[in-house]
Design a protein around this ligand. Structure first.
Ligand SMILES: CC(C)(COP(=O)(O)OP(=O)(O)OC[C@H]1O[C@@H](n2cnc3c(N)ncnc32)[C@H](O)[C@@H]1OP(=O)(O)O)[C@@H](O)C(=O)NCCC(=O)NCCS
Length: 207
């Protein structure tokens, strides 16, 4: 990401028009009024917890924007409404089937909103095979790395998946990503075969 770009929390209603413009440029026809209407349907304050089966319940929403020249260049949202089924977190264009968060409990945690306490995330996605899920992304905040958080998140995710009938987990990782490879190796992932990334230089300097 260019160093002059910043990501900040979305401000409502000030950012409605810019977010609507970005979403419309990306192919969805959305107006500032649509966004205001969606917000009005949600309780103003988030309240998340987990049920007896460890599934996320309650409601909340986190939204971030990335301002650039001439408007927003990025928008990210993840939300649960009071009527969203247990265990589901939704986002525009992204619907993880399982999402696990590691939250820190450092003071003043009681007052801190959930999105300020997140130090790690691990996502699983269901596939067409009911017994196979994909772990597309696991990440831990820089200052919290090296304390076993990724390992704990992935172990927890695997346990939850197994309880949902998943027998195989797949994941992909860059060959240069030592920490992620180490975590996967220790958790017993075996290296598969059959996937090559092929790159060709195009343009005038290409051979
Ligand atoms: C990969 C990532 C999630 C690991 O998180 P973490 O909480 O620090 O991981 P853990 O503490 O559970 O384990 C890290 C392991 O990597 C090892 N490690 C750390 N740096 C390493 C390196 N440069 N090379 C090899 N192994 C390394 C640690 O020793 C540890 O292994 P061990 O438990 O056997 O000692 C974190 O580095 C991250 O968020 N990276 C950016 C996002 C990313 O690349 N995600 C993966 C793509 S899906």
């Amino acid at each position: 990401m260019p160093s002059d770009l910043i990501i900040r929390a979305m401000r409502a209603p000030a950012d409605y028009a810019a977010v609507a413009d970005l979403l419309t440029r990306c192919g969805d026809t959305v107006t500032a009024e649509d966004l205001a209407g969606q917000d009005a349907a949600m309780p103003p304050h988030g309240a998340l917890s987990t049920d007896d089966e460890g599934r996320v319940v309650g409601h909340d929403r986190v939204r971030y924007v990335c301002p650039g020249d001439g408007g927003l260049v990025g928008y990210a949202v993840a939300w649960r409404a009071p009527w969203t089924p247990a265990g589901v977190v939704d986002g525009d264009r992204c619907r993880p089937d399982w999402l696990f968060l590691a939250l820190h409990d450092e003071a003043p945690h009681d007052e801190a909103p959930h999105d300020e306490r997140v130090v790690g995330v691990c996502q699983l996605r269901a596939t067409d095979d009911p017994h196979t899920a994909c772990n597309d992304y696991t990440a831990v905040a820089r200052s919290w790395r090296g304390h076993g958080i990724a390992r704990a998140l992935k172990l927890h995710a695997a346990g939850q998946a197994a309880r949902s009938g998943i027998q195989h987990l797949r994941t992909e990782v860059e060959a240069s990503n030592g920490p992620m490879l180490a975590v996967n190796d220790r958790l017993g992932y075996r290296r598969g075969r059959g996937h090559h990334r092929m790159v060709r230089t195009c343009g005038r300097d290409a051979g």
